[in-house]
Design a protein. Structure first.
Length: 245
């Protein structure tokens, strides 16, 4: 069976990323007000003006007083190719529980780039592509797909022969999908977003980071406004004087 012809469903509330991947926000603890309350704990009382809270969040972020931002946490359920998971897991401040290829069979889900994504090596950025599709992209894509299908058939044959799953899986390429639950506080999530939304990040992981930003923004709009001002260089207005928290 071709890996391109498998109908896959994604969980309710998830956003599809590429062909087989997804990301969904499944739990939230804290919001802008939780960060503000933590920052103002010595005063024992908060404010009723959104502008004051937004100004405080901006001040904290601008001056790298990051402790209060740890008071908000987000838990995601994500499915991604292993080569993306290996970049993702470098952010070691999160809690992770991943699909086990020792316990369960790996699914016949692989990331195959679109032809336009099969690009040349950037001559300046040694870990990136140059944005120009290579001449023989279609044949390269076909050969990638054939290799992945062959590797999965070999994996399946080992399973049928009784080889332990922990050993049978070693023939699978980095393009095979894994999934996990990933929990992280806002301070460290913003660091993740800073790096993985950047134009120099690999496009495949940028796709996840951009969706994650949109998912958390309704919960921490003013914290992310500060992030946008001072990390992304955007001109984001503050709430008006009359807006009430």
């Amino acid at each position: 069976m071709s890996i391109r012809n498998i109908a896959t469903e994604i969980p309710e509330g998830a956003t599809r990323i590429h062909e087989f991947g997804f990301i969904r926000l499944i739990d939230v603890m804290g919001d802008d007000s939780a960060i503000v309350e933590a920052a103002r704990v010595s005063y024992g009382k908060g404010t009723t003006k959104l502008r004051e809270d937004a100004k405080l969040l901006d001040y904290l972020f601008r001056n790298e007083h990051t402790g209060p931002f740890e008071m908000a946490e987000f838990k995601f359920h994500a499915k991604m190719p292993i080569f993306i998971a290996r970049q993702w897991i470098r952010h070691r401040t999160a809690s992770v529980n991943e699909y086990s290829g020792r316990y369960s069979e790996m699914k016949n889900h692989f990331y195959v780039p679109e032809e336009s994504r099969i690009q040349g090596q950037d001559t300046k950025n040694k870990q990136g592509s140059d944005g120009v599709t290579v001449v023989d992209a279609q044949n390269i894509q076909d050969s990638m797909m054939a290799h992945m299908e062959t590797s999965y058939r070999l994996y399946s044959s080992y399973i049928e022969q009784g080889v332990a799953k922990e050993l049978a899986r070693i023939v699978l390429p980095l393009a095979v999908y894994t999934e996990w639950y990933w929990k992280i506080d806002l301070k460290n999530l913003m660091h993740f977003l800073k790096l993985r939304m950047d134009s120099h990040a690999q496009p495949e992981i940028q796709a996840y980071a951009n969706v994650m930003f949109k998912m958390i923004e309704p919960y921490v709009p003013h914290a992310l406004a500060a992030f946008r001002r001072h990390q992304l260089g955007e001109d984001v207005p503050f709430p008006s004087e009359d807006d009430v928290a």
